[in-house]
Ligand binder design. Sequence first.
Ligand SMILES: Cc1cc2nc3c(=O)[nH]c(=O)nc-3n(C[C@H](O)[C@H](O)[C@H](O)COP(=O)(O)OP(=O)(O)OC[C@H]3O[C@@H](n4cnc5c(N)ncnc54)[C@H](O)[C@@H]3O)c2cc1C
Length: 398
Amino acid sequence: MTLAAPHKKAKALKSGSRRPAKELCSECGLCDTYYIHYVKEACAFIHQQVAELEAQAHGRSRDLDSSNELYFGVHQDMMAAKKKQPIEGAQWTGIVSTIACEMLTQGFVEGVVCVQNSQDDRFQPAPILARTCEEILAAKVNKPTLSPNLSVLEEIENSGMKRLLVIGVGCQIQALRAVEKQLGLEKLYILGTPCVDNVSRAGLQKFLETTSKSPETVVHYEFMQDFRVHFKHENGSIEKVPFFGLNTKELKDVFAPSCMSCFDYVNSLADLVVGYMGAPFGWQWIMVRNETGREMLDLVQDQLDTQPVMSSGDRKAAVQQSIPAYDKGVTLPMWAAKMMGLVIEKIGPKGLEYARFSIDSHFTRNYLYLKRNYPEKLEAHVPEYAKRIVNQYELPEK
Ligand SMILES: Cc1cc2nc3c(=O)[nH]c(=O)nc-3n(C[C@H](O)[C@H](O)[C@H](O)COP(=O)(O)OP(=O)(O)OC[C@H]3O[C@@H](n4cnc5c(N)ncnc54)[C@H](O)[C@@H]3O)c2cc1C
């Protein structure tokens, strides 16, 4: 007699129930399935275990004495890339969607976990287990909202699929790695994106209304390497708002508490990561973490233009100055913000140094947030690499 796996007796939480991680829940979807059985070990906000899971996924945890690994995690290769023929309407050039389609059509996997949007709201996430390239392409572009991608995990086990690709952000991938062995798969591929400052659907509305001149026509947006938020509108026009002109006072409570407590910006546990912030403006940034990631990238290599990563400038003074400015909610008048944006774009950090700028700014902010709001969690929740990064800066005492 074979015994049913213990999780199969567990009951998923009903929507609207209070989650085990309480207000720090990032709605990754695990608790919407019977894998909630493992939540105390698996949830990124209850049990931080990045180093252990790095060793499980990549064969070793990151080398804290290597300045690149300290920041970007375990990797064997890094590059800037863009598709020779970009996918219209993708977030960047569509490298993520292209890899996923190739994996499926070439028979490497039987299904792909990704997230489409609901029928009546382009920003409302609707995770799916895609079985066709059309379904994957319908999931292109960021849903800049907390998305329960793991809510489809039960469907995978029930479908009998043995080879799977999951696309997701760091908190989803940490929980997935923690339950990976329970999924009964022969092979799991993980394609991650960096992620920061995510919001609830209501939070997104406030962000759009506070920051864009035409919130209802925004199709997508990105915090760009030129220190401006680029909003793309339905008519194809691009609206640019300098970071330094954002209404920080109004926006302080917009980001989800989970994202204000997150130290896995670069998706440390994915096999392959595709973002943009370590690449020159207009290019995507690819990090191959292990052989599985290499296998995925090889499938699309001939569809990409690539160039080596570069790094220039010095971020440290700008990060140090931004800590008290953010803390006090300082907002510059728009003319001054534009001037500052222009100067910083000319002389400021670029390439990997820009990525470090963004990581430093978010880790210092998040460290302060945890210290003030969840002091009892600080020691165990902040990974060693993040403590070292934060320790480079002077933070307010309280
Ligand atoms: C909320 C968010 C914040 C990000 N912030 C940064 C950043 O600060 N720096 C950086 O370098 N990169 C960031 N990225 C990644 C970057 O914006 C692009 O997603 C990435 O470069 C891939 O672009 P693409 O054109 O190849 O993707 P596409 O081909 O357009 O595919 C996008 C894929 O993302 C998945 N996806 C969309 N929304 C979500 C979501 N909410 N949760 C999980 N998966 C999702 C979809 O399933 C789809 O497969 C962020 C991504 C997200 C979702």
